[in-house]
Design a binder for this molecule. Structure first.
Ligand SMILES: *[C@@H]1O[C@H](CO)[C@@H](O)[C@H](O)[C@H]1NC(C)=O
Ligand SMILES: *[C@@H]1O[C@H](CO)[C@@H](O)[C@H](O)[C@H]1NC(C)=O
Length: 531
């Protein structure tokens, strides 16, 4: 009698557990839990701010691709300007430098450059005059820069002729002889006003092929190793989200300046993941042409060309096909994220939706179950736009990135304000999307960092706990950005080792185990009582 009752009780609890865990679970994860993930940022897609030392030793390393410069004639004391931002002539007549007076570098070598205007044209020398009219840069758009120890430069043509600021406020290629560094018409002050792109393009083009290959080989072999997977496993992490660049599909010989070898590293990650029962999300972080103009999408100069070129989009689908065909059957694959952080400023929703639908179909050609993950557009967008788009029918996920940063809105927030924002604003959005009867919800990037300057360890723990609780309720789960970082508060491993982030159990699991325990205790008491 006792045994039969016990069996019934056990069966009841088992059913309860199954129902509970299926309702809140991700297919393919051990124990049908949700994603508790960490991003492997800055590894196969370079981000200089994550590991600045990667760029050490590049000659003229402050003049990488995309660096923004302005030139002031030392004789006229006026700035060089591409009138209307480009497409017209070039003058030396502005007192205050704004966007027309700002040029983005395209680096040919450490002393040879091309100059791009704010409207996208290149400076060109034609008939002794300089215009801002070239759509793409060739020899006539290429200039040699000679730098003095201070900010002074000379600009020379390949023929040896130096440019000068003429009395008529024009730039002409007719300086006689070799200029000195005194105040002469061929001497300009070059102001570097922004130097904030440090991605794969800048690194490879800055070092040149041979040295870049050596630097990236060392980085790919050492930044993330099997030991990191061991660390993640020991701390209950069940998934890694791995940013990759489009050039991975052309390994081992991707188009210049990209350097092969990231595919082998990704293969290694899959093997290590499998050894530690960790799942992998492949995240296409950098698409051809760049989908957001940032270094992590490998933009050459800050422009965003992905959505304006049909070639870029079809090439991106080829990359998705490559990744899906290669990893679909790998036991460690959890999902493929089709495009990281497309910018709402330049990527129209209809173009993105069409790409996402095609990407979904491509992944489904190779796998009926791999999750297909659609990242929200960054900028001022409502993630519901992707829930209304009917992107795919099986195992779809929308990825939201939650940072209490990068916006003036957060600038003066206190510890308490930040935590309340998580509970009010973030939590209600997660709940609304959880209930939207569409793709699962994934907080694919978040960090235990904020604008609070003097946060104590306890403040960080509280902030981290609030985030874990709220993001832990997202139907697909979360992934921390990022595993390692030069800035320690962004560094997952540092956070764990220094007790700034306390992972604990996810709230669902905790409530569940308490209910289970209570059930067992009650059951046994009841049993004991009846007998
Ligand atoms: C530049 O173009 C403007 C408008 O066409 C013209 O007035 C000006 O003279 C031109 N300057 C030079 C240096 O060619
Ligand atoms: C933050 O506070 C400072 C000092 O009170 C103030 O000057 C600044 O404008 C505030 N910034 C924002 C973005 O609210």
């Amino acid at each position: 009698m006792e045994l039969v009752l016990c069996k019934w009780l056990f069966a009841f609890l088992l059913c309860f557990w199954l129902i509970f865990s299926v309702a809140f679970s991700v297919e393919g994860l051990p124990g049908n839990s949700k994603v508790r993930g960490v991003n492997l940022g800055g590894w196969l897609v370079v981000e200089g701010w994550i590991k600045p030392s990667l760029f050490d030793g590049i000659p003229n390393g402050d003049m990488l691709d995309g660096t923004e410069v302005q030139f002031k004639s030392v004789t006229l004391q006026k700035y060089v300007s591409a009138d209307n931002g480009g497409g017209m002539n070039v003058t030396v007549d502005k007192d205050v430098p704004l966007s027309w007076e700002t040029f983005r570098l395209w680096r040919v070598s450490d002393s040879v450059f091309q100059f791009r205007t704010s409207q996208g044209q290149f400076l060109t020398c034609d008939g002794g005059f300089v215009y801002a009219t070239a759509e793409s840069p060739l020899a006539t758009e290429t200039f040699y820069i000679e730098r003095n120890f201070n900010t002074r430069v000379h600009i020379r043509l390949k023929s040896g002729t130096y440019l000068q600021a003429s009395k008529a406020s024009q730039i002409t290629a007719d300086y006689r002889g070799t200029p000195g560094w005194d105040n002469n018409a061929a001497t300009f002050e070059m102001m570097i006003i922004a130097n904030n792109l440090h991605g794969d393009y800048q690194l490879a083009n800055g070092f040149g092929y041979a040295k870049a290959k050596e630097v990236l080989k060392r980085h790919r072999n050492s930044f993330i190793t099997v030991d990191d997977f061991n660390f993640l496993y020991r701390h209950g992490i069940n998934t890694v989200r791995i940013p990759v660049g489009w050039w991975i599909a052309f390994d081992p010989n991707p188009p210049a300046p990209f350097i092969g070898g990231s595919l082998e590293a990704l293969d290694n990650a899959f093997s290590w993941a499998q050894a530690y029962s960790i799942k992998c999300i492949i995240d296409l972080h950098a698409a051809p042409g760049s989908q957001n103009g940032m270094e992590h999408s490998s933009s050459r100069d800050g422009t965003t060309g992905w959505s304006t070129s049909p070639d870029s989009i079809s090439q991106t689908l080829v990359v998705i096909d490559f990744l899906a065909s290669r990893y679909a059957k790998h036991p460690a694959l959890l999902g493929i994220e089709l495009l990281n952080e497309p910018s709402s400023a330049t990527v129209p929703l209809d173009i993105l939706v069409s790409y996402y639908k095609q990407g979904y179909q491509i992944v489904r050609k190779y796998s009926s179950t791999a999750y297909v993950i659609f990242c929200q557009r960054i900028g001022n967008t409502d993630p519901f736009e992707l829930y209304q788009a009917n992107l795919g029918s099986i195992n779809t996920v929308v990825d939201l990135h939650y940072y209490n940063l990068f916006d003036n809105f957060f600038v003066n927030m206190s510890t308490v304000d930040n935590i309340q924002y998580i509970y009010k604003s973030r939590e209600s959005q997660v709940q609304a999307l959880n209930g939207a009867n569409g793709p699962l919800v994934f907080i694919g990037e978040w960090v235990n960092e904020w604008n609070v300057m003097s946060g104590s360890q306890l403040d960080y723990q509280d902030f981290g706990r609030a985030q874990l609780e709220v993001y832990g309720a997202a139907s697909f789960g979360w992934a921390y950005w990022t595993i390692k970082n030069d800035r320690k508060h962004w560094d997952f491993e540092w956070n764990i080792q220094n007790n700034y982030l306390q992972l604990g159990y996810s709230p669902d699991e905790r409530i569940f185990s308490r209910v289970l325990l209570l059930g067992l205790v009650c059951g046994c008491l009841l049993l004991h009582h009846t007998l």
